[in-house]
Design a protein around this ligand. Structure first.
Ligand code: ADP
Ligand code: MG
Length: 254
């Protein structure tokens, strides 16, 4: 692994304030190397989204720390971009103005912001749809906008929380390829949460399996398939064997 850019150290998370306390995440420690692609899988409700929100500084851990290049994270930073399962676009803003939003907020000069947005629209394959409104977009296109928006500040780290879960199979495959291409060409570090075992193996350099709630690390598996990866790799014996390992780790974890 290259030098770690992101470190989770003894992280735990509890939700309090409701009727009951929920221990969402057990004690989790791991490191993510620069330009590494890590996929996190685990049973539903095991704390995957909680973990990702901790890594993005969107949620404070109950105990433990998150370090980015050795510095403790205490809130969201522009070095980390986030994509949620639902695109969360502003319905009244066009594609380009949704992508522009984070740049507007941080007061980037309009000329420069415009240039960045144009480049991102090109990158995610939305040229021609600059003026479209979210309701005029397919699910896949909306997620492309969310991805472009997450890339606006050119973050080193991208955190993706089941970004393709709501998409049909073919769109999903296309989006998986796109994310791999972007991660590689832009040299991004990625942590992606998914409930799809094939997706995790196809995309990842390393797969982390969490136990059921409160989630802990159950298994860690390096995926040494060559890149660029193609969907057809899913039908090979090696791929099947790796999927089997992850599947049994998840089943034991429930
Ligand atoms: N804001 C919240 N308040 C209370 N409980 C929550 C909150 N968010 C998540 N939880 C609970 O924490 C556990 C882990 O949730 P989550 O991280 O969303 O799991 P996953 O993404 O793996 O499905 C679940 O039991 C969930 O109900
Ligand atoms: Mg989740």
């Amino acid at each position: 692994m290259k030098a770690p850019i992101l470190q989770a150290i003894n992280l735990t998370a509890e939700y309090t304030g409701g009727e009951t306390e929920v221990r969402a995440l057990g004690e989790v420690s791991f490191a993510v190397g620069r330009e590494e692609f890590v996929c996190v899988v685990g049973p539903s409700g095991c704390g995957k989204s909680t973990l990702l929100r901790l890594l993005g500084g969107l949620l404070r851990p109950t105990t433990g720390r998150v370090l980015i290049e050795g510095w403790e994270l205490t809130g969201p930073v522009s070095r980390i971009g986030f994509v949620f399962q639902r695109s969360n676009l502003m319905p009244w803003r066009s594609v380009e103005r949704n992508i522009l939003l984070p740049l507007e907020i941080s007061g980037i000069a309009p000329e420069m912001a415009k240039k960045t947005v144009n480049g991102l629209i090109e990158l995610v394959g939305l040229a021609g749809f600059e003026r479209s409104l979210p309701r005029e977009l397919s699910g896949g296109m909306a997620q492309r906008v969310a991805l472009a928006r997450a890339l606006a500040h050119d973050p080193e780290v991208l955190l993706l929380d089941e970004p393709f879960a709501a998409l049909d199979a073919l769109t999903r495959e296309r989006m998986e390829s796109e994310v791999m291409r972007i991660a590689q060409s832009r040299k991004k570090t990625v942590v992606l949460v998914t409930h799809s075992i094939p997706e995790a193996i196809l995309l990842a350099d390393r797969v982390l399996v969490l136990t059921s709630r409160p989630g802990r690390l159950r298994m860690e598996m390096a995926v040494d398939l060559p890149r660029p990866r193609r969907t057809e790799m899913m039908y090979t014996k090696t791929f099947g064997a790796m999927a089997g390992r992850v599947r049994s780790a998840i089943e034991e974890a429930v």
